[in-house]
Design a protein around this ligand. Structure first.
Ligand SMILES: [Zn+2]
Length: 454
């Protein structure tokens, strides 16, 4: 259940400023402003270049009602008129009105954006699944059916043309859409010398009757030629071929029930680092199960990876997307992590944080933003074929749909494909992942470096 202290305001002045800054970043407006909340708390007054912008704001009791799913949201057409977005706006009211030197945003885009960006809804909701993750079924996006839309970005895109007209003297920047393939390296070896490895050898020999048994068995014990090891290079080469800057998250966790575990020193990291630099591919930490609330364990795993790669590690994603909003951002920041990309749901693809832009997470204890940047994960392989049990066609459709919203808002389409599933779901790798990425690259001309969103 929701765990909110009623004497603590949800939308503090700092929270309002943070949310407006996030929205303005998406809009491409980098100016400083002054902020004031009207005495009745129903309006935020922003002063910028001798002009005023009003934002309507739900009262605190109505925000609580929103969190308890007790208010009805209306719908508005997105800026590109392609989809309908839920919004807190009175029926038939205009999204924005301008009178003389005042622009008034009649919708409350701030409360819902803050709840989604800060992850207020999970910070104040205690229920977790059996591995400690906040579940999609408990989110506002599930109840109000908006997981397919980055609604914070959609609001920003609706606001952008009004602000550009209202502030013609200011130069707005344009955010560039980008596809970011990312790869969690959960295992280095398919044929590890343990029970699971042995089972796989038997399984593969039985299931691949046409393979040349002698060659096959020679390769089984050649670590360099192990399929999981080779799959890391397959992913690297495919990203480089498509001119995409991929991220590779390596694990250094000890073997346990939920960490398959491998010795990172068994991997030829010098060779991989050398190859990865060619196309600006990045290396990050895949924090093992158990690190989400353990600062020292996280530090140890990061140090091991830094020692193996001889690199400063500043990007990360948690194994099983195992991220506790009350603890993980703090320990990542303490350990010098700059960007995390864990915030997607295992069981549902889409926009968990309401955005596909990078943004700073919110520190509830200190009522200010973290330095830590979140780049939300939009879609993951296992969600498609296991949790949602899609056909390949349905999976491709979902990827295209989500990607099209990322294009519409100039955001980052972060997709995760595990190295193990390059092998274990080979057909899906080729027919869904590679097919979708090739089609998107072709359509968006992202191979052309001059491509950008207007
Ligand atoms: Zn993992």
């Amino acid at each position: 259940m929701l765990n909110v202290e009623l004497n603590t305001p949800i939308m503090t002045l700092n929270a309002i400023e943070y949310t407006i800054n996030c929205i303005f970043n998406i809009v491409g407006l980098k100016e400083t402003f002054e902020l004031q909340v009207a005495s009745n708390r129903k309006k935020v007054i922003l002063r910028l270049n001798n002009k005023k912008i009003f934002f309507n704001l739900l009262t605190e009791d109505k925000i609580l009602k929103l969190l308890n799913r007790e208010i009805t949201l209306n719908k508005i057409l997105s800026a590109d008129k392609a989809v309908e977005i839920p919004i807190i706006l009175e029926k038939d009211a205009e999204f924005v009105t301008i009178k003389e030197e005042v622009l008034c945003v009649n919708a409350d885009i701030l409360s819902i954006s803050f709840i989604l960006l800060s992850r207020y809804e999970e910070f104040h909701y205690d229920s977790r699944d059996d591995i400690g993750n906040f579940e999609y079924k408990n989110s506002l996006a599930f109840f109000y059916n908006f997981i397919d839309y980055p609604i914070v970005d959609e609001y920003a895109m609706l606001l952008r043309p009004y602000l550009r007209n209202f502030l013609p003297e200011i130069e707005f920047t344009t955010n560039k859409y980008q596809i970011i393939p990312s790869h969690d390296i959960d295992e280095l070896y398919r044929y590890k010398r343990d029970l699971i490895g042995f089972r796989r050898i038997v399984f593969d020999l039985l299931l691949k009757p046409n393979c040349r048994k002698k060659d096959y068995l020679t390769n089984v014990f050649n670590k360099e030629k192990d399929p999981f090891n080779e799959s890391i290079y397959t992913l690297l080469h495919d990203s480089q071929r498509l001119n995409l800057e991929a991220e590779f998250y390596f694990m250094t966790a000890k073997k346990s029930k939920l960490n398959r575990g491998y010795n990172i020193l068994d991997f030829d990291m010098d060779k991989f680092v050398g190859l990865s630099k060619r196309g600006n591919q990045k290396i990050g930490l895949h924090g093992g199960f158990g690190t989400r609330n353990n600062l020292e364990l996280f530090r140890l795993e990061k140090m091991k990876l830094e020692s193996a790669t001889k690199l400063d590690i500043s990007i990360t994603r948690q194994h099983y997307l195992n991220f506790e909003i009350k603890e993980t951002p703090n320990l990542m920041e303490e350990n010098g992590i700059r960007v995390d990309s864990s915030l997607g749901y295992n069981e549902q693809e889409g926009f968990r944080c309401g955005t596909c832009h990078e943004y700073r997470l919110w520190d509830f204890r200190n009522n200010c933003e973290f330095k830590l940047i979140e780049r939300p994960l939009i879609v993951m392989d296992i969600t498609l074929f296991k949790h949602k049990a899609y056909s390949k066609k349905e999976a491709i459709h979902s990827i295209f749909k989500l990607n099209s919203r990322c294009i519409a808002v100039g955001g980052k389409f972060t997709i995760l494909w595990h190295n193990t599933y390059v092998i274990d779901f080979k057909e899906w790798y080729e027919d869904v992942y590679i097919h979708a990425l090739e089609s998107i690259c072709k359509l968006n001309c992202c191979i052309d470096p001059d491509f950008s969103i207007g």
